[in-house]
Design a protein around this ligand. Sequence first.
Ligand code: PDD
Length: 275
Amino acid sequence: MILFQDQIVEKSSIHISPDDRGYNFGDGVYEMFRVYKGELFAKEAHFARLIRTAEAVQIQLPYSIELLEEKLNSLLQVEKIIEGTVYLQITRGAAPRAHAFPLKSEPVVYAHCNEVKRPVHIMKQGITVKIVADIRWLRCDLKTLNLLPNVLAKQEALDAGADEAILHRDGLVTECSLSNVMMVKDGVLHTHPANNLILHGVTRAIVLALARELELPILEEPFTLDALRSADEVFITGTTVEVTPVVAIDQQKVADGVIGPITERLQEAFELKFL
Ligand code: PDD
């Protein structure tokens, strides 16, 4: 079952117009929620980001966040999801193809959920990454459907035998294709500031709050690819990856090539607090 507009229905029963602007222009917004213990995790932060993105691209949410939350919870119950994800997207709706906003169009809401286990093995073992140029626009803080540069970056990483892409603009590390990135050097946690060049990850903010609780020094400043390559620890954060260590960059080991102590402490703090 899926959520379509404000109804929980069979996926096969719905009709989405080929003139939907999400399909024609990527004209829509989305969120990806984690589900732990049958509940939407960090829902306030996700809904706040959804509202912010929708406002920025001038898509009117068709009904209240309270109703949306109620519907997503019903979907989780119907699908009996205890540990999983919820994907939600809202497009500007269908209209004859023209770039300008249509005078009349109804936003189209669609959400589905999946059973997804926490990637516990990968979170211990770590992933490898490829460095890829960040060719995205200048509003990476908005969670819109325009993900082609992210798709291409992820594929470039996979084609090179790596698991994820770390993106850079002119030698400065921004984030990854579907996650944020942090590094540790001499005990200091470094990550790109939450400005227009990265998605303001919900997990990123949670991990920074945990780091503050652990009294780890934090520097939210852009850092170079050279700094990344000589880091003591590198890890990525995201709804689907939680806190996952990066053990090799472009086939060169990060430090000893195993999960680092601060990454482990942050993973433990996350589990202790939320799971
Ligand atoms: N991606 N950066 C990018 C480009 C992302 O697409 C995501 C999330 C993140 C991490 O944000 P959060 O901690 O709020 O999940 C960072 C989702 C999972 C996706 O597109 O599927």
